[in-house]
Design a protein around this ligand. Structure first.
Ligand code: DGY
Length: 326
């Protein structure tokens, strides 16, 4: 009998074909969202799972899934996984690093430019029929080229954003849990700052840090108060890193110039306060959503699942200390 694998959300046909060579698959091509109880029920008789970052995997779910050996997350961020609980249950966990780096860096830059140059505000103005002619002081924004960019979270994606920034002649500051060595800093033309100093100095602050208990509300009213009144904040990392209510209040009071947001606390629910503001650019968690990248993410997750259930070590194992179930 082939191992049984659940694919929790819609994936590409080629991903299903890869998995189908090895497994009996239950897929969800209708892309119906499941409650955690429904997900647990669907996983109760499965050996493997290819899941999305909106599926939560924790002890309560795992207790109901005695056969499960691998949870392959389609995404690099894995705050939806309770890794200690997964490891304690003898289950392997994997993510999809690397394949989305460039697409997320591209999108980050798109959001930086859209926010600084008020692109979506301009589009709304046009669509509402308000454009009566061009004049000198119309919808003035700030320049991206030559500005000081502060990147909080200087891993793969942060470093790739820095590469884009060099092309825009930007002054690059970074903050990271671990400071890079001098040679690496020189290679990225990036200068280390403590978090508060970075917030004080940057014209554009980009968040690219993982969401953990330590990074919960890393940016709230107190941190925003440190930023220049002309600065903008960009969150493409995870909801919860920013205190959304605090940001909305700061934007409404124009304590900073603007924000570009791709991720939110409690998404897909959105704090309606955002919708009332003109100085925020909003998108629905799209940073990795180019077709080739989303295919690469799904196929990477499939490869991790195949490796785990055919006796190999998955390439992107997050818990190498796990003692896998048999
Ligand atoms: C990721 O890979 O973590 C992206 O945010 C997509 O969910």
């Amino acid at each position: 009998m082939k191992p049984r694998v659940l694919v929790s959300r819609e994936v590409f046909d080629e991903t299903l074909a890869m998995l189908g060579e090895h497994f009996d698959i239950e897929s969800n091509q209708a892309d119906i969202r499941r409650s955690s109880g429904e997900l647990a029920a669907a996983l109760a008789d499965k050996d493997g799972a290819v899941i999305s970052t909106s599926d939560r995997v924790d002890a309560a779910l795992l207790d109901q899934c005695p056969r499960l050996k691998i949870v392959a997350n389609v995404g690099v961020g894995y705050n939806n996984l309770d890794l200690p609980a997964i490891t304690a249950h003898g289950v392997m966990a994997t993510n999809t690093p690397g394949v989305l780096t460039d697409s997320v860096a591209d999108y980050t830059f798109g959001l930086v430019i859209a926010t600084c140059r008020r692109m979506t505000e301009g589009e709304h103005y046009l669509r509402e029929g308000q454009w009566k002619g061009t004049y000198l002081k119309q919808m003035l924004g700030m320049d991206v080229h030559g500005a000081t960019l502060g990147i909080i979270g200087f891993g793969r994606i942060g470093q790739t954003v820095a590469k884009r920034a060099r092309g825009f002649d930007m002054n690059i500051l970074y903050h990271n849990r671990q400071r890079l060595g001098p040679a690496e800093e020189a290679r990225h033309e990036a200068h280390y700052r403590g978090k508060n100093d970075l917030l004080r100095e940057a014209d554009i602050v980009v968040l690219l840090t993982p969401y953990t208990p330590e990074s919960h509300h890393m940016i709230g009213a107190a941190e925003i108060a440190l930023m220049k009144p002309t600065a903008v904040l960009i969150n493409v990392a995870r909801g919860g890193i920013v205190d959304d209510a605090g940001l909305i209040e700061a934007l409404a009071a124009q304590r900073i110039r603007g924000a570009g947001m791709d991720v939110y606390e409690n998404e897909p629910a959105l704090d309606p306060g955002f919708l009332r503001l003109k100085n925020v650019v909003l998108s629905p968690h799209l940073a990795s959503a180019s077709e080739p990248t989303r295919k690469a993410m799904a196929n990477t997750a499939a490869r991790n699942c195949i490796a785990a259930l055919t006796g190999s070590t998955p390439p992107n194992l997050l818990n190498p200390e796990v003692k896998p179930r048999r």
